[in-house]
Design a protein around this ligand. Sequence first.
Ligand SMILES: Nc1ncnc2c1ncn2[C@@H]1O[C@H](COP(=O)(O)OP(=O)(O)O)[C@@H](O)[C@H]1O
Ligand SMILES: [Mg+2]
Length: 299
Amino acid sequence: MADATSHLNETAQVALQLSEEDRIERIRSSRWIGYSRAKKTLSQLEDMLTHPKTHRMPSLLIVGDTNAGKTMLANRFVQSHPAWDNPDGDAAVVPVVMVQAPPGPDESRLYNGILETLFVPHQPRDSVAKKQVQVLRILKHVGLRMLIIDEIHNILSGPVSKQRQFLNVLKYLSNDLQIPLVGLGTKEALRAIQADPQLASRFTPVALPPWRIGREFLMLLASFEQALPLRRPSKLIEERMARKLLAMSEGSLGELSALLTAGAIYAVRSGSEKINHKVLAALDWVSPSERRLQAERLV
Ligand SMILES: Nc1ncnc2c1ncn2[C@@H]1O[C@H](COP(=O)(O)OP(=O)(O)O)[C@@H](O)[C@H]1O
Ligand SMILES: [Mg+2]
């Protein structure tokens, strides 16, 4: 007889021994699935990290809708390049720093964010010039090799002249530190960067587009199935099932993950131990676009 748990990866097989509540806890917790585009982007980031220092470092803009997996991808990269204590130096080495863009094109708050991430005491009300000096000094001191800025579209909520100024600051940081920058944001961020020819030539856009039916999507579903500790195979890659999951999640990775998580929990609680059409029908699933409409009607 074939192994009854061969549809699962090793971690998930072990998780089958947990109590029901612990297994549900496990299903709820965050998991990383290395889909092909993510792996490709991670290796692009690796290449950038080892790019020789020049006065004109290449930069990347990871573009995708909300819930496409941008932040998780960048976090994964940061985790694989953690800070370490340098026994020969007086400061820790911090190869990669990720900060959120401020809620507007505000250079001063960007500096605050960087200093906070590095736990550097600072005076938020110091002049911009003073903070810039402090930031550049610290970033050189810790040997920063890449700066990642999440939610870079935030800067679009300000006057265009301020946006330009902010983008120029980014260019300046990259030039002065000779490090690549990585921005994460929506299509609007891409448009803002493309408005500046100099920035446009430096930032290579990489898209995390909505999922469509195809080989990569089936591989993604197969990985989810292997990772979710259910006793029976769900066969998520069967065509009708795959199409149903794609339709319900509207092509969004975050929505798909939420849907499969809810399905897996239902499968454990109900004893069906697999996600099938019946389980999906039993969930109170409201499609993402319907949810948005409902939210709009509230206000
Ligand atoms: N590589 C991945 N493996 C598994 N789930 C993922 C992955 N990337 C994203 N997700 C799921 O999608 C959700 C949204 O991802 P996130 O990175 O926050 O999107 P974005 O930053 O594009 O809005 C996450 O909370 C997680 O549930
Ligand atoms: Mg995000």
